[in-house]
Design a protein around this ligand. Structure first.
Ligand code: SF4
Length: 183
């Protein structure tokens, strides 16, 4: 059973008040979870083992899949960015993710006790990440990105008509996605 129309409307109002317009409600059963995503984290990503909200600090893939099945509704939020320099990305993501944590809290306070947010990029609140959950400097704020929860973001967002492509140059427009899980 999905959220009541009343609750959905309340969440839409929260989004509107926060200035979010580029988002879509989706069926969370359509979120694609895949083992290859975890392998990409393990081999090829410099943040593996160095990000407090990245693998191996996130659950195994099978548990990630189970997590998504415990929700009746989800919202995908789209963010577009063009960076002058590659290092500008972290400041951009930090600002958006800090605002998204507040959004999650507002939705929680509106009566959605399971509200859980997945960041639009890896957690980069601190200049030096401690690399594990126990010593995380912002344990109440840090959240995993969808990829850290083994979400195949490409296949998932394309189902809903969102743009996403592999970028070959840093100065190309980036399409980033956050997910808000609700029940
Ligand atoms: S809040 Fe800081 S220490 Fe914690 S995961 Fe994010 S960057 Fe790492």
């Amino acid at each position: 059973m999905g959220l009541s129309a009343e609750k959905r409307q309340k969440i839409d109002e929260i989004f509107k008040a926060g200035g979010y317009t580029d988002y879509k409600w989706i069926d969370p059963q359509k979120i694609v979870v895949a083992q290859w995503v975890r392998l990409k984290c393990q081999f090829g990503c410099g943040e593996y083992g160095h990000g407090g909200a990245c693998p191996p600090n996130t659950p195994p893939v099978a548990e990630c899949e189970r997590f998504f099945r415990e929700y009746s509704d989800a919202i995908i939020l789209h963010f577009e960015g063009v960076m002058d320099k590659p290092e500008d990305r972290h400041a951009w993501s930090r600002k958006i993710n800090a605002k998204l944590v507040k959004l999650e809290r507002e939705v929680f306070l509106a009566g959605c006790e399971r509200a859980f947010l997945l960041f639009m990029d890896s957690c980069c609140f601190c200049k030096e990440c401690t690399g594990d959950r126990q010593t995380c400097k912002e344990p109440r704020m840090a959240r995993p990105a969808p990829e850290a929860m083994a979400v195949d973001v490409y296949s998932t967002v394309r189902q809903f008509g969102f743009p996403i492509d592999v970028r070959t140059e840093y100065d190309q427009k980036m399409d980033r996605y956050a997910f808000l899980m609700v029940y």
